[in-house]
Ligand binder design. Sequence first.
Ligand SMILES: *Cc1c(COP(=O)(O)O)cnc(C)c1O
Length: 393
Amino acid sequence: MPEHFPWMADELEALGEQGLLRKRRTVRRRAGGWCEADGRILVDFASNDYLGLSHDPRLIEAAQRAAVECGTGSGSSALVVGRSIWHERLEHRLAHFEGQEAAVLFPTGYAANVGAITALVGDDDAIFSDSLNHASLIDGCRLSGASVSIYNHHALVSLEARLAAARGARRRLIVTDGVFSMDGVQAPLRELCALARRNGAQVLVDEAHATGVFGRHGRGTAELLEVEESVAIRVGTLSKAIGSVGGFVCGSRTLIDWLWNRARPQIFSTAAPPSACAAACTALDIIESEPGLRANLFVLSQQLRDGIQELGLETIAGGSGPIVPVIMNDAQVAVRVAEGLEQQGFLVGVMRHPSVPRESARLRITVSAAHGPQMIEELLSVLKNVAAAEQAV
Ligand SMILES: *Cc1c(COP(=O)(O)O)cnc(C)c1O
């Protein structure tokens, strides 16, 4: 083929030299905390399938039945003819699960964030966005046209000053991850809600890593931190602990009616397949009826955190739950440690720029309720040797 983009080859080579080139893998099978990737069986400490539900036979059966009943694709966006009986059921189910008046589905969690933010604020408005927020929140902020002020959640005094300074804006919105995806720490939601209340702002929380995991009923960090009444907009994904695919927003009936009419990714993108919605409905039943899954996940996660500290490796203080980062600083070292782990049969995430700042490349180890204590012990023992060999300790 003719080379239309000679600059790309150069840039890709430069990324490779910095340890920033991403490689793809092909997964043949996933089940029970394992996967077969590129022909090798690996213990999967990289996915966000926190409760191991994505391969649960009950979800698979629900998806199969819905596919037979409604077909494999939704055929159009929800507003045309894409909203099947399973979409409707799931929206009701989610509203009930979350204890909110209503919910609306989006094709993905990414689309839910972009759709919600761009429908809520525009040119005359101001957004306050945590510096660690997920890319989908960042992109929503950028697309909205509102002025964006990026704050550090360790500096809430400065956030309050910024909120006060933006008093001239028509609307003010604080957006934050509930659990930061690269750090595994929670946002200071109580403080943020109090600041919002004092300054006439609203709070949007992205519960992508918290739905089904945090809080007494698994509703996320808003439940855990007892601010469910104060958080105006709750965004979630069905692709992580729920084990399916799709995104959602829940809140007041008025908010949901507004998003039906104004959230562009929901209006102009085909709805997720009915089978994904049916699987998600079953997942919510399981999350409600089996709180032991969540409890087990936290026990395993703590075992891993304690073990990493005992090895003298650096993690992030204040974290809890299944996202366990191991800071390596240098991207090349992080890549080599991850490769070493993979050679010994353990798959972990490697997070580098631009997912995290250049100087804080890390392993991102994610625990699943499908793992067992023995798997965690084995991972720790291999990590100890590999990190020592790379002098990462
Ligand atoms: C994964 C993730 C999303 C996007 O959800 P998808 O359903 O995968 O599109 C949004 N926000 C955060 C914090 C995430 O980690």
